[in-house]
Ligand binder design. Structure first.
Ligand SMILES: [Zn+2]
Length: 282
């Protein structure tokens, strides 16, 4: 759940280069659709981030097929675009979840419904396979009439704290419960948008699971901080330091930072309860 920078590339050049690289008849079909596609690009720019209810461009069925084909059957310029979009270190971690490696390009507006945006760089969001699969071809929540997902290139993600995690020890097991909270002053629609993104991508359970996995990797450091003197205060200090580092780099709603903050305040965890995250022997 974070913003990512736009790739500095000219969308019209990308269209022309890919069209030129296609074989006939698709090259001709793309060129015949060019004016409509570029007008749709402008419409997207003007509406962003509220692109959820854009009119569909009046393309013929063969033109729509050619536009989708431009993405799915790669030419050298499409392969170059994919590489340029994905190779940036700033997007290496999926911006939808903040957990996994970005290995795919998600069409924010799905290419089935909006083939005109099949190769529009701003509509191609680096994404992990889990988020891409969960998002599918959905755009709007019909119940609330808000967009279901954040657009990492276009939405301004609030920097007030809206992600929370509750941690507790229960029968020597650590229980993590992530949820969203609406900060004072946040518009209801903004909160609904965040909540939809959070729920639809199953982030509560994915953060819980990856949080426990992450803590397993921290087990030696937690032991070292605790030391032979069983210094729970030192464990809490180390967790706060870690939270501050993560917040500085990734903002106040980064799920790992939230976890460290919560655990620093959990006396049971700091006072030896971290044994519960000890990884299984190889
Ligand atoms: Zn993801």
């Amino acid at each position: 759940m974070r913003s990512i920078p736009m790739l500095a590339v000219d969308a019209t050049d990308v269209f022309d280069e890919i069209a030129a690289a296609k074989l006939q008849p698709r090259r001709g079909l793309m060129r015949a659709a060019r004016a409509e596609v570029l007008a749709a690009y402008q419409g997207y720019e003007d509406a962003a981030p509220e692109v959820g209810e854009l009119d569909e461009a009046p393309l013929t069925d063969p033109q729509k097929e050619a536009m989708r084909h431009a993405f799915t059957v790669e030419t050298q310029p499409m392969t170059a675009l994919r590489g340029d979009l994905l190779k940036r270190i700033s997007v290496a971690r999926c911006p939808f979840c903040g957990i996994s490696e970005s290995s795919t390009l998600d069409h924010y507006l799905p290419k089935e419904q909006y083939p005109e945006f099949s190769i529009f760089p701003k509509n191609l969001v680096p994404s992990c396979a889990v988020c891409n699969t969960r998002k599918r071809d959905r755009i709007m929540d019909e119940g609330t009439n808000v967009r279901m997902f954040l657009h990492p290139c276009c939405d301004v993600i609030p920097d007030t704290a809206f992600l929370a995690v509750h941690t507790r020890m229960e029968a020597d097991a650590l229980i993590l419960s992530y949820r969203l909270t609406r900060p004072a002053g946040m518009a209801l629609q903004t909160f609904q948008h965040l909540r939809s993104h959070f729920n639809e991508l199953d982030l509560a359970d994915r953060y819980r699971r990856m949080g426990l996995e992450h803590l397993g990797g921290q087990y030696p450091a937690l032991c070292r901080a605790y030391g032979p003197g069983e210094d729970a205060g030192r464990v809490a200090e180390k967790l706060i330091e870690g939270a501050e580092d993560f917040e500085e780099v990734s903002g106040p709603n980064y799920w790992v930072a939230k976890l460290y903050r919560s655990l620093a305040g959990n006396e049971d965890f700091c006072d030896g309860g971290f044994e519960s995250v000890r990884p299984q022997p190889h």
